[in-house]
Design a protein around this ligand. Structure first.
Ligand SMILES: [Fe+2]
Ligand SMILES: [Fe+2]
Length: 309
């Protein structure tokens, strides 16, 4: 049976050898993008580890950060198994040639931003990750099962911070509202371009690589998050947002796709600083790689890009 027939019959593809060039290219593209996003998301949040407001919050944030780096590594490993070179993937990330999630190009200036990144943005990522548990490439689907289990805790950690602010002093409530005002449109855009604007969307869908489209995932997100935000007394900063009973779809102000394209291709306010931190971390850990090289040359490359965060 041909690859596409097997996918249509609901079979999981288990080996990279069975893939067509087109499938491999599309699959590696999404894996590399999600790996980069996990990686750079961790860099965004780790800035707050020294400044976490309590010991418990610090522990939770450290644990989340370790998870995110782990999610990145599992996905880089998968792309490597499919023929991409890890060194090359990380080099092109540093050179700004290979994108990552729009949200991680922006600063997290306040502690509530960390809560909102975990609650609203991991919550957005989770829509995609959850759908990828049904992707047609078996090894990717299984990685996503583990990722989703850990993401559930990240989202709860974020919601715990949000609840503290929502039920706290007037000042905290105002900071929460201002935070949502900053992050809402970024979360809406996080799913990527509208299906009508995305060239690859249809093919990814036909090949079962991405079982749900960007717009389907965005609608799911509204289903979950609009009631949750309102329940916390938060105003959603979009006066055109409403649920159309007839079409059973959320209507909303179209995001600024020009800004989105600019951010993911040229970078945003924090992109360079975060990539520089990654570069410095890599350089500062050169001695570990040198020690491994001296100990056993064959293992050095294996570890080279794992010791970075
Ligand atoms: Fe993650
Ligand atoms: Fe996460």
């Amino acid at each position: 049976m041909k690859l596409e027939e097997r996918i249509a019959a609901g079979q999981l593809i288990e080996s990279g050898d069975e893939l067509t060039d087109e499938y491999r290219e599309l699959l590696c593209g999404i894996i590399q993008f999600t790996a980069n996003s996990e990686f750079m998301g961790a860099f965004a949040e780790s800035e707050w580890i020294p400044r976490a407001p309590s010991y418990q919050r610090k522990l939770a944030l450290i644990a989340k950060n370790q998870d995110e780096i782990g999610h990145a590594q599992m996905q880089y490993q998968l792309a490597e198994d499919l023929g991409r070179d890890r060194e090359q993937m990380l080099t092109s990330l540093l050179a700004g040639e290979n994108g990552f999630g729009n949200a991680f190009h922006y600063p997290a200036d306040e502690w509530i931003d960390i809560g909102l990144l975990a609650w609203m943005l991991d919550g957005a990522a989770m829509q995609l990750q959850h759908s990828l548990m049904k992707t047609s490439y078996g090894p990717y689907a299984r990685i996503m099962k583990r990722v989703c289990r850990e993401e559930e805790f990240h989202i709860r950690h974020g919601e715990h911070i949000v609840r503290e602010y929502a039920t706290g002093s007037r000042e905290k409530q105002e900071r929460l509202q201002a935070g949502v005002d900053r992050w809402w449109s970024r979360a809406v855009m996080f799913f990527g371009l509208s299906d009508s604007r995305s060239e690859k969307s249809e093919r990814m869908d036909e090949l079962g690589i991405k079982p749900k489209t960007n717009d389907e995932l965005r609608q799911q997100y509204f289903d979950t998050y609009v009631p949750k935000l309102r329940n916390y007394g938060i105003d959603i900063p979009d006066e055109n947002l409403y649920y159309d009973e007839e079409t059973e779809q959320w209507e909303y102000t179209p995001p600024d796709w020009e800004e989105f394209n600019r951010i993911v291709t040229e970078g945003g306010p924090e992109t360079q600083a975060r990539l520089d931190r990654r570069r410095t971390a890599f350089e500062e850990t050169a001695w570990v790689r040198d020690a491994l090289e001296a100990y056993d040359g064959t293992t050095a490359n294996r570890f080279a890009n794992n010791i970075t965060a």
